[in-house]
Design a protein around this ligand. Structure first.
Ligand SMILES: [Zn+2]
Length: 62
């Protein structure tokens, strides 16, 4: 097991490999990834749809 494989990185890999699909317009964005921000024990993933500019947000706790 890699010493660099933190829970955060594992979550990030999971999100990076998932498809980005806008819930508002159904646009699929395969070129960009989630924007990741952290605050304390929470990780927030955001994706701005390049078609309708809706913001998808997922929030996770580590
Ligand atoms: Zn959209």
């Amino acid at each position: 097991m890699s010493p660099h494989s933190s829970p955060f990185e594992q979550l990030r890999e999971k999100f990076d490999s998932s498809e980005l699909e806008c819930r508002r317009c159904g646009f699929r964005d395969s070129d960009s990834g989630w924007r990741v921000t952290t605050s304390g024990s929470r990780v927030r993933y955001q994706f701005v749809c390049s078609s309708c500019h809706a913001v998808e947000t997922r929030e996770l706790r580590l």
